[in-house]
Design a protein around this ligand. Structure first.
Ligand SMILES: *[C@@H]1O[C@H](CO)[C@@H](O)[C@H](O)[C@H]1NC(C)=O
Ligand SMILES: *[C@@H]1O[C@H](CO)[C@@H](O)[C@H](O)[C@H]1NC(C)=O
Ligand SMILES: *[C@@H]1O[C@H](CO)[C@@H](O)[C@H](O)[C@H]1NC(C)=O
Ligand SMILES: *[C@@H]1O[C@H](CO)[C@@H](O)[C@H](O)[C@H]1NC(C)=O
Ligand SMILES: *[C@@H]1O[C@H](CO)[C@@H](O)[C@H](O)[C@H]1NC(C)=O
Ligand SMILES: *[C@@H]1O[C@H](CO)[C@@H](O)[C@H](O)[C@H]1NC(C)=O
Length: 825
C-alpha cells in the first residue's frame, strides 16, 4: 500500500519537485575523513559537526565547504538563544520550509490516525499545541513522564512510564524476562507474546506510553544496559524490537523505541560523542529503529549522548534526515529525561521534551513559553509546531486511546498514596514468563549426560545467586544490588517484583518429588562451607552472578558499566572450590551478559554449564524446567562469549577525555561475532550457540527466487520501499531430530557477501525456533528480501543490492554451519 499525505515535516519545497533526488539532497558533502564531493547538486552543504556536512534543503548557493574544525565544541543549536532568528544550521533548514511534503509507504494505520489528528490540530490554539509537546515537569504528575490535558479537543494528557520489562514504580505487576533473555529464545512468537502481555499490564495501569523496548546494541560487552537490549546482532535486535512493539501495541499501549541513538555505554552518557560512520549507522545501530518504524512504533526516544559532536536530541541528520525522511517515521520523538538541550532542537526533529523541565524540578523548560515565543518569533515555523502536534496526537489515535482507554490508577512516586487503586494486572503472565525463561536458558556444556537430572539421591546448591536476597526481592532501590538471584540488572529499566522465585526454592521443591536430599551453602565467600556442601553429593550446583545497570547507581564499584567480565564475588574461586570437591559440578551463570569462564570452563569436574541471563520473576522455575528436562533447552547466545575481554573489538571508554569524551566506533561493522570471525579469533562460545538434549541433522538445502527486476522508489520513506522488503528469495531445508527426545532447534541463516562489499564474514539474516519430535523430520522455509542482500551505499545514500555471488549458510550457530548454497545477484 502506498499513501501520500500532506505532512508538516520540515523539508524544502524543492524536495517535492525533485523527490527522486533524495539521495543527493540528504547526502554527505564534507567532514573529517570524507573524501567524496564537497558540493551539493541539491540543497546547501551545511556543517552539522566536525565529522559531517550534509546537503540540506535550501537554495543552492554554496560552492565550497569550510574545512572541518578539528576541535570539538558544543553545537551551535545548544548555545543559540531560543528566540534568535535563523542563525543555526537547524533553524536555517526550516526557515524556508514548506509545510507539506510527500512521504512514501505510510501504513494504513498511520494514514487513518493522521486523518483524525490533522482536523483536531486545526482546532487547537498555539498554547494547546505547545502543551501537547511539553512535559509537566519532574514528579508533577502520577507517572514518570506526563503531558497536560487539552480540553478543547477532549485530550486527557499522556502518562509515560518505564520500563522495558514491565510497569515500573507500581505494584501487582509482572516482571518479565529482560530483552537479552527473549533474544536468547530466537523465537518470534515468544517475543511477540511477551510484548502483548506487557502491553496489557501497561494499559491496565492506565499508561499511555510505555518506555520500551530498548534496542541499543551490545557493542561493548561490559556496557551497563546491555541486558535491556537484544544483544550483539542488529538483525536479531531488529526482530526483537519489531515483535515486541507489534505485541505491545496490539494491546493498545504506545511503544517507544529507544535510545536513539549510539548510547552504547553508561560512562559519560551525557558528555560523550559517539562518532559513527554512515554505513555502520545504517547497517547496525539504526536497523532496529527501522524495524520499529515498520512495526508502526508510536514514539522514539532520543538519547543522552552526542553523535559526531551534536546531541542526539538535536541531531538533524538522525532525527529528520534518517528517521523521519529516509524511514518515513510518522510518530513523535521524545527526549530521554533531561536530554533536551535547546528550544531550536525542535527544528532538528525533536517533538516532545521529557519530563519537561530543563533539569529536575527547575521550573524552567526549553519548550513551554520558550517554544511559544520561538513560534511567535518565527524561529520555529507554524508548519513545524503543527507537525509536532499532529505526530503526538496521531500516535494517540493510532492506538485507539481516544476511546475507552483506562485512566492512570497508580502513582509512580508513592504506591501508598490514596490515589492508587492497586489494580492487579498480572493475569496469567507468570506462565508465559516461566515459558520464556525455560526457552531462554542456554545450555553451554553438558558432558557425561550430566543433564537432565535423573532423580539424584543428593544435590548440593552453592552460591548466593541461588538464594533469596537478604533484603527481599525489591530491597535495593531500582534493583541496585547483587544479593541473591538476579532477576534483572539495575536502573530505570526495572520494575517491582510481585515475587521472585529463587533457584534454591524451586530446585528444593522439585527435588522433593524424587525424594532427593538437598544441602546448600548460600555464601559466595565461605569456600569451606561450599566444599562441605558439595562433597559426596550426586550433583553440585554452583551459582555465580555478574550484574550491571544504569550509571546513576554504582554497585560494588561498578558505575553502571561492568569493570570487567569476571564473575562477581570471586565466582571463579567458588566454582573451583565446588569442582575440587565434586566430579559432577554444574555451573549456573546468572548474568547480564558474557562473563569470562576460562578459569573453569574446561575443568572435567564441571560437567555442565547453564546460562540463565536475567530472567525476571520466574527465575528458579524456568531453570528447573530445563534441569529436569521438562523443557528441552533451545536457548542460543545472543552475543559471543570470548576467552578474554580483549578479544572483543570495542570496549567501554572509562577515561574522560575533555569536556566531551569521544567514543570512536572505529571498529565499524565489526562488533561481536562479526569481529571474531573477521579477525579469526576463536571465541569460547560463539554467537548463536546452545546445546539441546537431542541432536539434529540438516539436509536438502534449496534456494529459489531472485533479487532481479522490479521498480524501486526513491524519496522520503523509501527505506520502506516494498521493492526492498518484499520476500523474493526462498530458502528451504530439512531438520531431522535424530535423538530420543523432542525439542526445538534454532536454525540460523547467515549471508556471506562478495569480498568487495567489505562485510563481516557472516551476517545473520534469518532464524527460527522449530519444534521437531524425536525421530521426526520437518521442512523449514526462510524468506529473504532485497533488503537482506543490501548494503547502505554512502555515496548514493540508498540501499543497494550487493552484486556478485553471495553465500547462504544454514547453521546451528554462527560457527556450526551445516548447509551452504549460493545465489548470484
Ligand atoms: C558522523 O560522521 C561520519 C564520518 O564523517 C559520517 O559518515 C556520519 O554520517 C556522521 N553521522 C552523523 C549523524 O552526523
Ligand atoms: C527558556 O530557556 C532558557 C534556556 O535557553 C532558560 O534559561 C529559561 O528559563 C527558559 N524559560 C522558561 C520560561 O522556562
Ligand atoms: C524466599 O522468599 C520467599 C518469599 O518471601 C519465601 O516464601 C521462601 O521461603 C524464601 N526461601 C528461603 C529459602 O528462605
Ligand atoms: C575432581 O573432583 C575430585 C573429587 O570428586 C577431586 O579429587 C579432583 O581433584 C577434582 N578435579 C579437579 C580438576 O578439580
Ligand atoms: C545426528 O545428526 C548429527 C548431525 O548430523 C550427527 O552428528 C549425529 O551423529 C547423528 N546422530 C545419530 C544417532 O545418528
Ligand atoms: C516458540 O516457543 C514455543 C513455546 O516453547 C514453541 O511452542 C514454538 O515451537 C517456538 N517457535 C515458534 C516459531 O513459535
Amino acid at each position: 500500500m502506498r499513501f501520500s499525505l500532506p505532512l508538516g515535516v520540515i523539508i524544502g519545497a524543492q524536495v517535492v519537485t525533485c523527490v527522486s533526488a533524495q539521495a543527493v539532497l540528504w547526502g554527505q558533502c564534507g567532514g573529517q575523513g570524507w573524501t567524496g564531493p564537497t558540493t551539493c547538486s541539491e540543497g546547501v552543504c551545511t556543517v552539522s559537526n566536525p565529522y559531517y556536512s550534509q546537503c540540506l534543503p535550501g537554495t543552492n548557493t554554496a560552492t565550497s565547504v569550510p574545512p572541518p574544525s578539528s576541535t570539538t565544541t558544543s553545537t551551535a543549536i545548544s548555545t543559540a538563544s531560543t528566540t534568535s532568528s535563523a542563525s543555526t544550521a537547524a533553524s536555517s533548514t526550516s526557515s524556508s520550509a514548506s509545510p507539506s511534503g510527500t512521504v512514501l509507504n505510510i501504513s494504513p494505520q498511520w494514514a487513518a490516525a493522521y486523518a483524525k489528528a490533522s482536523p483536531a490540530v486545526a482546532k487547537m490554539s498555539l498554547q494547546d499545541k505547545v502543551n501537547l509537546a511539553t512535559g509537566v515537569g519532574w514528579e508533577n504528575g502520577h507517572c514518570v513522564g506526563n503531558t497536560p490535558a487539552v480540553s478543547s479537543i477532549g485530550f486527557p494528557g499522556l502518562c509515560l512510564e518505564d520500563s522495558p520489562v514491565g510497569v515500573r514504580d507500581s505494584d501487582l505487576v509482572s516482571v518479565f524476562p529482560a530483552a537479552i533473555n527473549v533474544a536468547a529464545t530466537f523465537n518470534r512468537t515468544l517475543m511477540n507474546q511477551r510484548g502483548v502481555a506487557m502491553g496489557q499490564e501497561f494499559k491496565g495501569k492506565g499508561v499511555n506510553v510505555a518506555l520500551g523496548p530498548m534496542m541499543n546494541l551490545m557493542r561493548a560487552s561490559a556496557a551497563g544496559r546491555n541486558w535491556e537490549g537484544f544483544g550483539g546482532d542488529p538483525y536479531l535486535s531488529g526482530e526483537g524490537a519489531f515483535e515486541t512493539i507489534t505485541g505491545m501495541q496490539s494491546s493498545g499501549v504506545q511503544a517507544t523505541a529507544k535510545h536513539y541513538i549510539n548510547n552504547e555505554q553508561e560512562h559519560f552518557r551525557e558528555t560523550s560523542t559517539s562518532n559513527v560512520d554512515d554505513r555502520t549507522q545504517h547497517e547496525l545501530y539504526a536497523l532496529p529503529f527501522l524495524r520499529s518504524v515498520q512495526a508502526n512504533v508510536a514514539a522514539v526516544m532520543c538519547s543522552y549522548n552526542q553523535i559526531n559532536s551534536s546531541f542526539a536530541c538535536e541531531n538533524n541528520k538522525m532525527l529528520t534526515g534518517v528517521l523521519k525522511q529516509e524511514y518515513g517515521f510518522q510518530g513523535y520523538v521524545m527526549s530521554d529525561w533531561w536530554a533536551t538541550h535547546s528550544t531550536l532542537g525542535i527544528n532538528a526533529g525533536l517533538d516532545m521534551t521529557m519530563p519537561g523541565d530543563i533539569s529536575a524540578s527547575s521550573g524552567t523548560t526549553y519548550f513551554g513559553a520558550n517554544l511559544t515565543s520561538a513560534v511567535n518569533a518565527g524561529s520555529v515555523t507554524q508548519a513545524r509546531i503543527n507537525d509536532m502536534a499532529t505526530r503526538i496526537l496521531a500516535a494517540w489515535y493510532l492506538l485507539g486511546q481516544d476511546s475507552g482507554y483506562p485512566a492512570v490508577n497508580f502513582d509512580a512516586w508513592n504506591n501508598a498514596a490514596a490515589f492508587n487503586q492497586h489494580i492487579n494486572v498480572q493475569s496469567t503472565h507468570g506462565t508465559l514468563i516461566r515459558q520464556i525463561d525455560a526457552a531462554s536458558t542456554v545450555l553451554l556444556k553438558n558432558t557425561n549426560g550430566a543433564l537432565p537430572l535423573k532423580a539424584p539421591k543428593t544435590i548440593a546448591i552453592v552460591g548466593n545467586g541461588a538464594a533469596n536476597s537478604s533484603r527481599g526481592a525489591n530491597g535495593y532501590t531500582d534493583r541496585g544490588g547483587d544479593d541473591g538471584v538476579l532477576g534483572l540488572g539495575w536502573g530505570s529499566g526495572t520494575a517491582n517484583f510481585p515475587y521472585l522465585i529463587s533457584p534454591l526454592d524451586a530446585i528444593t521443591s522439585r527435588a522433593a518429588t524424587d525424594g532427593t536430599v538437598v544441602s546448600s551453602s548460600t555464601s559466595d565467600t565461605d569456600l569451606t562451607g561450599a566444599k562441605t556442601a558439595a562433597t559426596g553429593k550426586d550433583v553440585a550446583f554452583v551459582f555465580i552472578t555478574a550484574d550491571s545497570g544504569e550509571g546513576y547507581i554504582t554497585v560494588e564499584g561498578n558505575a553502571g558499566d561492568r569493570n570487567s567480565l569476571s564473575a562477581w564475588h570471586s565466582g571463579d574461586a567458588l566454582v573451583a572450590a565446588v569442582a575440587a570437591a565434586n566430579k559432577n559440578t554444574v555451573v549456573v551463570v546468572n548474568s547480564v551478559g558474557p562473563i569470562n569462564m576460562e578459569a573453569w570452563v574446561s575443568n572435567t569436574n564441571v560437567t555442565a554449564i547453564v546460562s540463565i541471563g536475567v530472567p525476571g520473576q520466574e527465575a528458579g522455575h524456568g531453570l528447573v524446567d530445563v534441569l529436569y528436562g521438562a523443557y528441552n533447552p533451545s536457548g542460543r547466545l545472543p552475543y559471543t562469549i570470548g576467552k578474554s575481554i580483549n578479544d572483543y573489538s570495542a570496549q567501554v571508554v572509562f577515561n574522560q577525555a575533555g569536556a566531551i569524551t569521544p567514543i570512536p566506533y572505529t571498529e565499524g561493522l565489526f562488533i561481536d561475532y562479526r569481529h571474531f570471525d573477521q579477525a579469526a579469533i576463536t571465541p569460547r562460545f560463539e554467537f548463536g550457540f546452545g546445546l539441546s538434549y537431542t541432536t539434529f541433522s540438516y539436509s536438502g538445502l534449496t534456494i529459489s527466487g531472485s533479487t532481479a527486476g522490479g521498480t524501486r522508489q526513491s524519496g522520503p520513506g523509501s527505506s520502506l520501499d516494498p521493492w526492498l522488503h518484499t520476500p523474493v528469495v526462498t530458502v528451504s531445508f530439512s531438520i531431522h531430530n535424530n535423538g530420543t527426545v523432542a525439542g526445538n532447534e534454532v536454525p540460523q541463516l547467515y549471508l556471506t557477501f562478495p569480498a568487495s562489499a567489505n562485510f563481516a564474514p557472516k551476517n545473520l539474516k534469518g532464524f527460527d525456533s522449530v519444534f521437531v519430535g524425536a525421530g521426526a523430520q520437518t521442512t523449514v522455509t526462510m524468506q529473504l528480501s532485497r533488503f537482506d542482500f543490501s548494503t547502505w551505499n554512502v555515496v548514493t545514500q540508498r540501499w543497494e543490492v550487493v552484486t556478485g555471488t553471495t553465500t547462504i549458510s544454514i547453521g546451528a550457530s554462527s560457527r556450526d554451519i551445516r548447509l551452504t548454497g549460493t545465489i548470484a545477484n
